[in-house]
Design a protein around this ligand. Structure first.
Ligand code: TYD
Ligand code: MG
Length: 457
């Protein structure tokens, strides 16, 4: 039986459907399903088993491979997030909101590669070569032996790359690429998928590192199906808050290094500058100690980072008081409020609660629980906590404090930045107090009794 040659794909999640519908069953998005030509594997009616392939060579686990040679851009934060430089024959996706600085970052990286003898080509489908040159002028990079192209036709790009044999190729952006063998508009799911597939295959075949730039939708997904993220080896997100100068390059997937690693940059008039000591940056904006402000000793990727957590608790005129969180998980805040209420007898009913991670950083570590609880209590009681103290520890639902990973690096970073006191879980295995006065807490109640005066309901 001949199969139909079209199918319907959701542009938000990539699910395929037999027929068109207004709403995707898989992800629930509206108006995202579009028709696209299906891939045909062979003559209709034949299964793959009917034609024999060739047997591939097998190897065993004990085979010794040479360590992956890596190319360093010389931009320390960029190399760090990649897991120690760029791996040849790999595909990297750099996603981020429009205007966040992706093109600036990659132009700087490409120019640095070119300056250190790595042949690099920068293909822009969005900006004319003159515009890219203008930006390079602003960044002081006009002397770099970087090759530019302004092209969107994938076939032409692949032919050029094949001829020029660069070691690094940057494609800005994947949404502007157009593969002429696919019948749909540039930017559509089918085009983004086909272009990513071709470029990833090219990277593997020719041993080139291909960096794809991708725009992110407002839901925080790379526009186009998630399959692009599965195709590439490494996915980096470039993020930042509006109104803040600093930008964070975050590895969310990395086949060649730790995921969750971050690199911190500052956007200046002459491009992105590395921030070697993120803690100093995030704490640099710290005001005088006030109630509700607490410093959390966190870990981002492999690095310790100190950040300020701020809470505000105010009487609420609303029947359902407000719970507003910026930079942390709102479900986790609800959990901590419940633990404070059920285990320590401290209620927040009738009070609005606002929680903010200063500087626009987003924290996902449960180790911030103690710092959040401390900020909430300090705000509720209007009692400032010592300004030279850091806090960390994960809370369990019983109110007990659980030890967190990398206890010692957190303490070391705090000591390095001039903090003298640390509130930390009691049970942690530690190599010492690193010169800090260590308050070992086994329970949230311990901490509250030690730190706050009489608490009224
Ligand atoms: P861009 O790299 O074009 O963003 P993307 O490629 O992610 O869309 O960055 C554009 C923004 O960066 C723009 O608002 C101007 C700002 N910018 C600077 O502040 N300093 C600079 O040196 C450059 C080149 C850009
Ligand atoms: Mg751009």
């Amino acid at each position: 039986m001949a199969k139909s040659s079209t199918s319907f794909t959701c542009s938000a999640c990539g699910a395929s459907h037999k027929k068109w519908a207004g709403r995707c069953d898989a992800c629930g998005a509206w108006n995202t399903i579009a028709e696209e030509a299906a891939l045909t594997a062979g003559p209709a009616g034949k299964t793959l088993g009917a034609t024999r392939g060739r047997a591939v060579p097998l190897s065993d686990l004990s085979t010794q491979d040479a360590p992956l040679p890596r190319k360093l851009s010389g931009i320390g934060e960029f190399d760090l997030v990649l897991g120690g430089g760029l791996v040849p024959a790999s595909a990297i996706l750099v996603g981020g909101d429009p205007g966040i600085g992706k093109s600036t970052l990659l132009l700087q990286a490409a120019a640095r590669f070119a300056q250190t003898g790595t042949k690099a080509i920068y293909v822009s489908g969005e900006e004319a070569a003159a515009q890219v040159r203008m930006r390079a002028g602003r960044l002081g990079l006009t002397e770099a032996p970087l090759q530019l192209a302004n092209e969107t036709n994938l076939r032409n790009i692949l032919t050029t790359l094949d001829q020029e044999r660069p070691e690094v190729a940057i494609i800005d952006s994947i949404q502007t690429m157009w593969a002429d063998h696919v019948e749909s508009a540039p930017g559509s799911v089918a085009q983004v998928r086909a272009a990513s597939h071709e470029l990833t295959q090219f990277a593997k075949r020719r041993g080139v590192s291909v960096i794809l730039v991708g725009h992110v939708t407002k839901e925080g997904q790379i526009a186009g199906p998630r399959v692009v993220e599965h195709m590439v080896d490494t996915v980096l997100y470039f993020e930042g808050e509006r109104g803040h100068q600093f930008r964070i390059l975050r590895a969310v997937k990395n086949r060649f290094g730790p995921a969750d690693e971050i690199g911190v940059f500052e956007m200046t008039g002459s491009g992105l500058q590395e921030v070697k000591n993120p803690s100093a940056l995030f704490l640099g904006e710290r005001e005088n100690p006030s109630s509700g402000s607490v410093v959390f000793a966190g870990i981002e990727g492999t690095r310790p980072v100190l950040v300020e957590i701020q809470a505000l608790v105010a009487p609420s005129p609303l029947a359902t008081p407000r719970r507003t969180v910026v930079g942390w998980d709102s479900g986790r805040l609800a959990m901590i409020l419940a633990v404070l209420e059920a285990r320590c007898g401290i209620g927040f009913a009738g009070r609005d609660v606002y929680l903010n991670v200063a500087g626009g950083l987003r924290i996902s570590e449960p180790a911030a629980d103690l710092a959040v609880a401390a900020a909430l209590m300090s705000a509720r009681q209007d009692q400032p906590l010592p300004a030279d103290a850091v806090f960390f520890g994960e809370l369990s639902l019983s109110g007990a404090l659980r030890p967190t990973a990398q206890h010692d690096s957190r303490l070391r970073e705090a000591a390095k930045l001039g903090f003298t006191v640390a509130f930390a879980p009691a049970k942690a295995k530690t190599q010492g107090d690193h010169g800090l006065k260590l308050h070992k807490m086994s329970d949230l109640n311990d901490f509250i009794v030690q730190s706050f005066d009489a608490i009224e309901g």
